[in-house]
Write a protein that binds this ligand. Sequence first.
Ligand code: UDP
Length: 468
Amino acid sequence: MKTEDQRATMNPSTTGSQTPADGGHTGARTASVDPARGAPSGRNIRALPASVLTPPPPAPSPRLDDYRDIIGQAQVDALRFLARDLKKKSIKMVNSTAVGGGVAEMLNRLVPLLSELEVPTHWDVITGGNDFFEVTKAFHNALHGSRYELTKAAQEIFLNYNEQNRERLQFEEELVVIHDPQPVGLIRSRDKSSASWVWRCHIDLSNPDERVWEFLRPFVEQYDAAIFSSASFARQLPIPQYLFYPCIDPLSEKNKDLPDSVVQKVCDEFGIDRRRPIVTQVSRFDRLKDPVGVVHAYKLAKKYVDCQLVLAGGGASDDPEGAAVLQEVKEAAGSDPDIIILDLPPWCAFEINAIQRASTIVVQKSIKEGFGLTVTEALWKGKPTIAGSVGGIPNQIIHKLTGVLVHSVEGCAFQIRYLLTHPDFARRIGASGREHVKENFLMTTNVKRWLLLFRILEESKAARGAGR
Ligand code: UDP
């Protein structure tokens, strides 16, 4: 949980020139961090090379034309065309953090691209004390289905900070987009603005704690529309609902193309042998990502096919639960020298990119999942991907077409063995997976969805005005 001080200093400017959350990889690294990470602490846990111990300087944001080689000139032209009637109309995005997490990462790329299309887009971050963020974290978990006792005190903390932010922020744009539940109460400023108001919900609301949802629902119902990341995440609401898939930026450090020599260098640094098959899962050390299940699946498959297992994760050093899960993974791994566990600092986007690219197969054996961006990242790299059939993953993996879905350790082991022994099939699903991402889950597709929605909302606003 971030502190108020951290949040205050991270507040993005409103010009659309934020620092990319995933950093860059050129030039010297400057800030210093926990030196203990560099030391190995177990047989399978690899010592990190000095190059990853400090964060890289931020990479510059890409321009729209930089995407031409990926999506083609016609798609870039389509975006310019869609933006034409929106010129000078502006958007405000509001969320609760400027760094960390997928929402900030997406906004970091989306805001400059919309602004480049002459749809000026401003990004504000709400502020709050630790008490606010403790309540909103608990709401977040409760909306995901955990048990929670909603007290009067928690409701007041939530409402008071929403009011404070409402007084601080101006709403002068034509479209106001509020991300997730934390700032949902800003809708109370609706009467003071002529904007269309949209609630962009990034979390899975399919099975929420009813009391928390009933507390939030009256706010949500005042919006002009709601957007969810998967049809299965949505609720019954009296307002129009839209489906916007999450997206990745193909030009970010995490996803940009890398020369093979660079991939090789990263593998050498981490002691990964590229001459033998590599099975990888990239995930926080979290039980819901089932890293121990991945170790068991690998061990079952390994009886029949040679391979190495790379578990690249993070968060274990600053999250007590993460440290416990990492310990469980180490115990499950035992003394197998072919299991490589990497506890990476949060800025290792470039290294994760290289490891994903070096992999023969990528696994995401989640038991519960939001959308599962690691799956999107693997598919984009053309990797045959095995993933748990949970959350947003089935939107991405069409079984046996763009990857394979599994429901158990044994199923995962079977698919590892199958894909390693059927390289043509593996290549085919990898290639289809990449096409599926290109069509649906790239940042440029996301820009297109925003432009279309903005045009729809402007038209209905005009129609309402004419009907008056
Ligand atoms: N990730 C990372 N470092 C890690 C583990 C994960 O940068 O040590 C990244 C991963 O590449 C992906 C994101 O964090 O971009 C995780 O998103 P996902 O939707 O897969 O899962 P979440 O962690 O949000 O539940």
